[in-house]
Design a protein around this ligand. Structure first.
Ligand SMILES: [Zn+2]
Length: 392
């Protein structure tokens, strides 16, 4: 048995911290969390000194197959599957080193995220959607998930379930990444989305919808999706929260996955339209947070230079800037994210019976969220990760 000692522990949910914790791990599972005191006989102690323990972080919206370059679509197109898998492995490993012990891949090509998971190695746990379901020439069509009509969308859901998907991802609107699509415009009718929801739920899978524009968000909410990605209220030329729709979201069980955070990239200049939009989005998410919409904090890792696969700590920082306090931000990347991903029974908490995915950081993230960027140790399924990221 392994005993991990540190200075403080946040269990993923409780406001009450554990001082001088001793986390007992048997194999890949946490069996007990104790305060200061003697370790039982026969326990091998890993003393992390002044470190602060938090649950392994969960990034519920990543794309391992996008390489965070300035042209992720072109870069992926230039890679065959073997080359793409190699790049995906590196991306996933960088996440693990940064304390992200579970990722949910919301769009790959050819089910490669599942292949990577099967190959195994020093990786986070990978929950995968496979190619996102989209309309003909719709957002991310090049990943291979084009469908038409109610029957087409149902068949696509079934195919993903058969391939071992953990979640269904459907593109309810266009997106920035795909030329010829428009983020503010819907891609599916509410009937088509509802067919996808019914099929996914019948197969025991959660379903999440990518939605930027108001009609797409409304359609996804009315169809009963479990989560909405982005939810940015984009219009043809800017973004504007719709108070009625925000209230409807707050009154629903649908969770919004706020794809936040950018790392500073020297020399990177955003086009003025995007820079203005990002400012607007902060305002919108302040309104969404204040209205009481259920939020988790995710990154959309991979889609550009400011969003590498180890950037979730920056997402948490922005979560505090849209009005969430530090404990809400921490829950939004641990226990709440686990629940939204339907792994809340095994992930996102440091408690007996949970998977021993544990991160040690330098500093107290409840008073300084940037402590999440100073990762001194990572345990994945009870085993130490060889090369934790350190300060970043
Ligand atoms: Zn995405």
């Amino acid at each position: 048995m392994l005993g991990i000692r540190a200075a403080w522990l946040f269990d993923g949910h409780s406001e009450t911290l554990v001082e001088r914790p001793l986390v007992l791990v048997d194999g890949s599972t946490i069996v007990d969390v104790r305060g200061a005191g003697e370790a039982p006989d026969g326990v091998r102690i890993a003393d992390l000194g002044e470190a602060f323990l938090v649950p392994g972080m969960i990034d519920a919206h990543v794309h391992l197959c996008f390489d965070s370059s300035t042209d992720v679509v072109g870069a992926l197109a230039a890679r065959d599957d073997a080359a793409a898998l190699k790049q995906m492995r590196a991306a996933a490993h960088s996440a693990l080193r940064a304390g992200i012990t579970t990722v949910r891949d919301l769009g790959d090509r050819g089910y490669l995220a599942m292949r990577l998971r099967e190959e195994g190695g020093a990786l986070p746990d990978i929950l995968a959607a496979g190619p996102p379901i989209t309309s003909v020439k719709g957002h991310c069509w090049f990943l291979g998930g084009e469908v038409q009509g109610v029957e087409g969308i149902r068949a696509a859901v079934r195919e993903r379930a058969e391939r071992g998907a953990d979640v269904i991802k459907v593109m309810a609107t266009g997106g920035e990444l795909t030329q010829g699509t428009h983020p503010h415009l819907p891609q599916f009718t509410v009937d088509e989305l509802r067919a996808a929801v019914v099929e996914a739920h019948a197969l025991g899978l959660p379903i999440t919808a990518h939605a930027h524009g108001i009609t797409g968000i409304r359609n996804a909410l009315d169809a009963g999706v479990d989560t909405i990605e982005h939810c940015s209220f984009m219009t043809a030329d800017t973004a504007e929260a719709d108070p009625e729709l925000v209230a409807a979201l707050a009154n629903s069980d649908t969770v919004v996955s706020a794809t936040l955070g950018h790392i500073p990239v020297p020399g990177l200049v955003l086009p003025p339209r995007i820079a203005a939009l990002l400012e607007k989005l902060t305002e919108i998410f302040q309104q969404v947070t204040a209205a009481g919409v259920k939020l988790i904090c995710t990154s959309d890792a991979g889609i550009g230079p400011a969003k590498p696969h180890n950037a979730l700590a920056y997402s948490a920082l922005q979560f505090t800037e849209i009005g969430g306090d530090n404990i809400a931000a921490l829950r939004a990347i641990t226990s709440a994210a686990a629940s939204a991903c339907r792994v809340g029974g095994s992930k996102g908490r440091i408690a007996a019976g949970f998977d021993a995915d544990i991160v040690a950081v330098q500093g107290n993230p409840l008073t300084d969220i940037t402590a999440l960027r100073r990762v001194v140790a990572v345990y994945k399924a009870g085993r130490p990760v060889a090369d934790p990221a350190g300060p970043q």
